[in-house]
Design a protein around this ligand. Sequence first.
Ligand code: GUN
Length: 283
Amino acid sequence: MAVIIDGKKISQQIKDELKEKVEKLRMEGKTGALAVIQVGADPASSVYVRNKKNACAYIGIESLAYELPEDTSEDALLQLVEELNGKEEVKGILVQLPLPSHICEDKVIQAISPGKDVDGFHPQSVGAMAIGEKGFLSCTPAGIIELLKRSGIEMEGKRCVVIGRSNIVGKPMALLMLRENATVTITHSRTKNLPEICRQADILIAALGKPRFIGAEYVKEGAVVVDVGIHRDENNKLCGDVKFEEVEKIASAITPVPGGVGPMTIAMLMNNCVQGMEEEPKA
Ligand code: GUN
């Protein structure tokens, strides 16, 4: 039976460390706020936004909430981002995705000053990560690396298979694993012989976005399995991309859903905000 990797506990440790750091920074006169923008009232987004605001309150940084109506124009949103780029006390700007279809997400992401891009979605942040330069790391992949490190799971020299190639998880995940000296394969919906490739993985990262898709036939005995998916099943119960009950019998370690990767994303967002506070003012 696999060890269950407790993301909730590890994220709590990180938030406690950050809380101490924020207090020290405050004594040095360094403060700052995270601006969180939500357009519309998608219920899932509202939950994420609330969790982010609560995490800010916990570690002791101010959060500025901008809850804009669904019919907000792209220009108005871009103008708000521009305004926040210019405010010295705002150390991080987060625009909750997805945005309504009349707004171009790429345009909005690119409008955020890279120095305040705490999501790590700006092309400059992604480019810096790819070549190992300083910048904000995408929160979910960075959270997974931290989760593995703090669970004592070695990545160097290991064969890592990432399922999924999204800009938010799959691609940055592969780059960060490479940075840890893993041997990385990226797979996706057009990959042939997916189960066979996945069975070669020492570390398997499921970020394909299909509920309970990855069963035992995808997992090598003793592999570490990280489940990035989050879905509601037919009984309204949360589940991941992995068939947990089946895979935990084969894996050596596995992340649960909920309580695995999810809490780490927020912990790393907070880490990015604190990183923003530590740096010289950018506005
Ligand atoms: N929507 C789903 N995940 C995320 C995230 O990590 N950041 C933002 N801004 N929007 C999201």
